[in-house]
Design a protein around this ligand. Structure first.
Ligand SMILES: [Zn+2]
Length: 348
């Protein structure tokens, strides 16, 4: 209930977020339409969403439907919570964070920061902005770069607003310090941690991963003259430190304005250049270092979820309750599904 109240408060202020965004006035929605938003807990995942599920969903994808009728968002709270608990217990934060005060802030606000980022990304990010008249759909204009740029846009909206006092004012954040927590985490993940999923010699292919490196890498490079983000090697380990949070917010705002322009105008060339320059190629040395550090932590690069088993409890032929059992063996569960629910016929 608390999470739904929070996400509803964000949705109710959608027009304020649109009006105060750093994007160009002609790319803003005059009236943000019908955003429905909920925080939910999932019981069972299937199909594309299982065993690795998204933690937030915003639909529909079609821009013309969104423009006319609005969109619907869900944040999947119990999955965000699980990811956070795994990160907390594994020593991952300590491994990649140099300053003690950043570790302390993460412990204090890490979980809330995670859900707020998803809420803002889905509810405000994907729903914001508009195309210029006569510009085609993203798939037509930005082609193979459409997904990466759309994810970057949604992340940038969330990043831009995370340190805003508006979040405190509408009662969804306890302090503007959630902005520090997300900035530390986003930069470290985008420039370093997510490389745990890349094997030596590979490029980044997945849209969300390209987006994160693009955003973090662009901000790192543009802020370099002023030392906004600093790369530090301490006892043989690489760290990225955010030194100027205000300035980093301005950089996120500037990149948001540009990515929104690319989407609104359908500027394929500029979109391609951004993604190819910052989102695809990997720092080989850093990649190997990250893989080594994760191997020591014994954390797998991807997480998945085992489904609970729901068993009806019947009395006089009526279902009166559902008992929940938690199996512990992933392979067993997959084999069980294959045995019991395989839809492909077998030919002898
Ligand atoms: Zn998204």
């Amino acid at each position: 209930m608390e999470a739904s109240r929070r996400i509803a408060a964000i949705a109710a202020n959608a027009q304020w977020f649109e009006d105060n965004s750093p994007i160009s006035p002609e790319h803003k929605k005059k009236s943000v339409k019908g955003i429905s938003a909920r925080a939910i807990n999932v019981v069972v995942g299937s199909g594309d969403a299982s065993p690795s599920s998204p933690i937030g969903i915003n639909l529909p994808n079609a821009n013309w439907i969104r423009a006319e009728h609005g969109s619907k968002s869900v944040t999947i709270s119990n999955l965000v919570h699980s990811y956070h608990e795994v990160g907390r217990e594994s020593g991952e934060i300590e491994e990649f964070t140099l300053r003690e005060e950043d570790i302390a802030l993460h412990k204090k606000y890490g979980f809330l920061t995670g859900v707020l980022h998803v809420d803002l990304h889905e509810v405000i990010g994907h729903a914001s902005g508009r195309l210029e008249p006569g510009v085609g759909t993203l798939k037509e204009t930005l082609k193979n770069y459409a997904a990466t740029l759309e994810e970057a846009r949604a992340d940038l909206v969330a990043l831009y607003y995370m340190p805003d006092l508006k979040l405190v004012e509408i009662g969804v954040a306890p302090s503007a310090e959630v902005g520090r927590v997300i900035y530390n985490g986003y930069i470290t993940n985008g420039l370093m941690q997510q490389l745990k999923r890349i094997k030596p010699g590979e490029d980044i292919e997945e849209a969300h991963m390209r987006n994160r490196q693009l955003v973090a890498g662009w901000a790192y490079e543009k802020g370099k003259p002023e030392g906004v983000i600093e790369k530090v090697v301490h006892q043989g380990k690489t760290y990225f430190l955010v030194n100027d949070y205000e300035k980093l917010r301005e950089l996120f705002g500037a990149l948001l304005r540009e990515v929104q322009r690319i989407k609104s105008e359908g500027d394929y060339e500029a979109g391609r250049a951004l993604v190819e320059t910052y989102g695809v190629k990997v720092d080989r040395e850093l990649n190997e270092e990250v893989l080594e550090r994760y191997e020591k932590l014994a954390i797998a690069p991807y997480s998945g979820f085992i489904n609970p088993v729901l068993k009806p409890v019947t009395r006089n032929g009526e279902i009166v309750d559902v008992a929940i059992e938690y199996p512990e063996d992933f392979t067993e569960q997959m084999l069980y599904y294959a045995r019991e629910y395989s839809l492909l016929p077998t030919y002898n």
